[in-house]
Design a protein around this ligand. Structure first.
Ligand SMILES: NC(=O)c1ccc[n+]([C@@H]2O[C@H](COP(=O)([O-])OP(=O)(O)OC[C@H]3O[C@@H](n4cnc5c(N)ncnc54)[C@H](OP(=O)(O)O)[C@@H]3O)[C@@H](O)[C@H]2O)c1
Length: 242
């Protein structure tokens, strides 16, 4: 019989847990019984997430791009909960604009938050994940197979880099019993997407988009597979076509 709390005794760390997909995933993991360390910069948003997640959740307000952030995250999880079973990376930023108008600063900042910092966190987590035969879930984007990325080229490049690194990582660490998942959501009704719609002057109809909870359900469903199975890539898209 399936258990009501299949993740009881498991410890998860979720970046981007303040809002959007990361928040929904942190709440879902907590509802499945996991202890969850929730990470983002905005203290208020994290505290709201933790209050909803319940007593087994904790907040760590931190900029993942700061020096030593990766080490701090993992040390905090281990000190607070004693181990780490699940690492979910759902933090990050978006950039719009043509490649011609791109600055080196834009380039460096987006690659730092979307690619370098997640990889750094994964690397810092590996010893603990080896001990627990744990799992890594990286929230990527369906933009990696979009027909046109005009005006979104820098963001698309970070997601393609992240996917490539995730694939390499899987083939390097599966042998240690660690499973690696990439989740590719389509347009999801999060604060980020609302801001993108506003900037483009597009009407905002969140009910027609994927919901953050939909993505969280797909992601957590994959994490619940038996240890003999690994979901590698999940594409999730809105049912309603715009
Ligand atoms: N929404 C979509 O339509 C969509 C579609 C496909 C893929 N995705 C992907 O899904 C993931 C989450 O997207 P979302 O729409 O949920 O994003 P969101 O609403 O913008 O939330 C992003 C989260 O990341 C945190 N974050 C950003 N920069 C950070 C930093 N330097 N240090 C620590 N935390 C940081 C934010 O908190 P603070 O700002 O407080 O730090 C926030 O909690 C992203 O990787 C995105 O590329 C989203």
């Amino acid at each position: 019989m399936p258990s009501d709390n299949p993740l009881a005794g498991h410890v998860a760390l979720v970046t981007g847990a303040g809002r959007g997909i990361g928040r929904a995933t942190a709440l879902r993991l907590a509802s499945l019984g996991a202890s969850v360390l929730c990470v983002a910069r905005s203290r208020d948003e994290l505290e709201s997430c933790v209050a909803e997640a319940g007593p087994k959740a904790a907040a760590l307000p931190l900029d993942i791009t700061a020096p030593d952030a990766a080490q701090t995250l993992i040390e905090t999880a281990l000190t607070r909960f004693g181990k780490l079973d699940i690492l979910v990376l759902s933090s990050g930023a978006f950039h719009s604009g043509t490649l011609e108008n791109l600055t080196d600063t834009d380039f460096g900042k987006l690659f730092d938050v979307n690619v370098r910092a997640p990889l750094s966190i994964i690397r810092a987590a590996l010893p603990a994940l080896r001990d627990s035969k744990g799992q890594i879930a990286v929230v990527n984007s369906t933009i990696i197979r979009a027909a046109s990325t005009a005006g979104r080229g820098l963001y698309a490049a970070t997601q393609a880099a992240l996917r490539s690194l995730t694939d390499t990582l899987r083939s390097e660490i599966n042998q240690d019993g660690i499973r690696v998942l990439s989740v590719m959501p389509g347009t999801t009704a999060t604060p980020r997407q609302e801001a993108i719609h506003a900037a483009a002057g597009k009407p905002w109809h969140p009910e027609r988009l994927l919901q953050p909870e939909d993505v969280a359900i797909a992601l957590c469903g994959a994490l619940l597979l038996p240890e003999t199975a690994e979901a590698t890539d999940i594409f999730v898209r809105p049912m309603m076509k715009s």
